[in-house]
Write a new protein. Sequence first.
Length: 219
Amino acid sequence: MAPVYTLARELLGEKFSGILVTDRYSGYHWYPVGRRQLCWSHLLRDFEAIRGRGGASEVIGEALLEQAHQRFAWWHRVRDGTLKRSTFRSYMTTLRREVERLLEAGSQCGVAKTEGTCREILKRREALWTFVQVEGVEPTNNTAERSIRPGVQWRKGSFGTQSEGGSRFVESMMTVVATLKQQNRNVLDYLTAAHEAALRGAPAPSLLPAPEQKSQAAA
């Protein structure tokens, strides 16, 4: 099997230049750190683990969690329109300085696992704050994880597939359902139209949102 980073590059394609919102999994390390956003939901779990190790690690973990919860509180206000983005950026300057100071302290706290975690996060510190500067970037990958959760639950309850064809069918159907739900499109209507198109020997209807379909047609 090819390394995970190779599979990720193949999936995204050589021309991909967007921003990846991911956890700290090493399979993403090939992508430029300046075009990444580390998921803060995953970072919360890291900070909770740091707190749970006791001693100096506990103190640092508690302080990191306090900063993270403050970040989430401000971000929710940006999302609901009660905090201007310019003000948010100003607030985050101080918070960023404190979080990075705590991570530096954690990298030398005397608790091996905490030191390793903090050093790894600091290697990609720039990717902690992309969402602050780039409008439209979320600080978590919760939306993506919610999209794939039905597939994970299906696999756990169905014992997977028994053939290559079965695997391709499942991955295609999961993709169709997740994509249409994000666009508030009716899944049954789409599948009916796809089957009718197949019977006529015509292409299946597009999964792209309507504006992107028009843009693609114009090109």
